[in-house]
Design a protein around this ligand. Sequence first.
Ligand code: PAF
Length: 273
Amino acid sequence: MRAEAAAGRAGGIVGLVPTMGFFHEGHLSLMRAARAECGLAVVSLFVNPTQFGPGEDLAAYPKDFDRDCALAAAEGIDIMFAPEPGEVYASDHATFVNVERITAGLCGASRPVHFRGVATVVAKLFNICRPRRAYFGLKDYQQARAIETMIRDLNFDVDLVRCPIVREPDGVAMSSRNTYLSPEERRAAPVLRRSLVAAGQGIERGERDAGAVARQLCHAIETEPLARVDYAEVVDADSLAPLTRIGRAALLAVAVQIGRARLIDNLVVETAS
Ligand code: PAF
């Protein structure tokens, strides 16, 4: 991979799309962006064990390597980098990247080791693939902010390209974990987007009390009997710090358990004041 990346860098820009596989339109949109902008387009496929906590879905994470390879090839991806866990982590691996503050709340509060694992593996992928650009989807908004912070703080020569959330026609954000939903649970899943849009409209009508918006968001999700709210919060869109009053750019972020699936979604609301 290093040799291919060095040759790619000599000829132009290397673009990396880090993934855990089981591709859907969201992944393909990142690949299309990388393909359009980079001389060498690399997709990494690695289900990273260090970002899963005990009792999470590491063993159950959906996989279909042959289908993924075919989809990436159809998007014109040059290299699919799919290492084995033992190639990525030495048995006595001892070094981790911890992005502080920005990973403390939201998903970091209920998944304490998650972002340490994400930042560590992304740093490793950057060092192995040496991309100039890396493509991240904004469904995982906190992940994108954490990696932007890591890039700045550790002086990686990488531009993170933020890519918009890709949704199903009923508004559900695409996610490999949607496959965990039964048909009945899948019918309940649009409640996340619906509640976010309604809360965003409240802000557009002039609501500036972040606590009131978060409560509205939570109540709207709880109208769906199959949904259990993990968090429904209104935070600053840059620092991800909790807000009391909504200022320039707020992130409305939710994590909701529906059956076996923990679904996340978000909405950035920008206001003039
Ligand atoms: O978003 C993901 O799929 C993963 O967190 C990532 C960035 C590939 C790191 O394992």
